[in-house]
Design a binder for this molecule. Structure first.
Ligand SMILES: C[S@@+](CC[C@H](N)C(=O)[O-])C[C@H]1O[C@@H](n2cnc3c(N)ncnc32)[C@H](O)[C@@H]1O
Length: 192
């Protein structure tokens, strides 16, 4: 099994927003990815989460679902760069493209484009009993949509939510200066 925590600079990203290293580490640890796991990465962007998940699950399969052509190109380029063979790239606007996937051990959602309710409705029945669903959200509205969905299904699901804000030090000449990343909510859901 490979290590977690590839540096952000190692990914080809152009202008596509990428989940930052520390948020990837936390999200992937919370997803509890086993070496043979089936993983969905919905809103895969540059593929940074898909690639780290694929390295954690060398005998498993990662399905990277992304709607933008630019993202699809980046996922393929990053997978090739890291010589990762177990990522299947799917260009679709979720929940499209999810129906035919096999049952999942881990589902990571990094982008939903206003379709979160529909995506959760589609993917939650496909999450195995021991599986984990991990959502990264930047807005309070997305966070609340997820919490409301999980509360409506509280007979089946448990969730926890955290907010994380990472500040990195950046070298500016002879000084090291704080540069704050946006706070991110990480919601982790699992079946009772
Ligand atoms: C914050 S970025 C994802 C970051 C990604 N985890 C990474 O590290 O590169 C969100 C991505 O979700 C994609 N997206 C948003 N809604 C989507 C949907 N319904 N289906 C597929 N992709 C979607 C966007 O195109 C964007 O690339």
């Amino acid at each position: 099994m490979d290590f977690l925590g590839i540096a952000d600079e190692e990914f080809i990203r152009q202008d596509v927003p990428m989940t930052k290293q520390e948020i990837r580490i936390l999200s992937l640890v919370k997803a509890q990815i086993a070496p043979d796991a089936v993983v969905y990465d919905i809103g895969a962007g540059t593929g940074s989460i898909s690639i780290e998940a694929a390295r954690l699950a060398p005998q498993g399969q990662v399905y990277a679902i992304e709607r933008s052509s630019e993202g699809i190109g980046l996922i393929r380029a990053n997978a090739a760069n890291f010589a990762v063979k177990n990522v299947t790239v799917i260009q679709a606007e979720a929940p499209e493209g999810l129906a035919d996937l096999p049952e999942a051990d881990a589902i990571l959602i990094g982008g939903s484009g206003g379709n979160l309710q529909e995506i959760l409705t589609e993917v939650t029945p496909k999450l195995k009993a021991s599986g984990r669903l991990v959502l990264n959200c930047i807005t309070v509205q997305t966070l609340m949509q997820c919490i409301e969905f999980m509360r409506e299904h509280s007979d089946t699901y448990i969730y926890e939510a955290i907010q994380v804000q990472v500040t990195r030090l950046q070298q500016v000449g002879t000084y090291d200066m704080a540069k704050a990343n946006n706070p991110i909510y990480i919601v982790t859901c699992w079946k009772k």
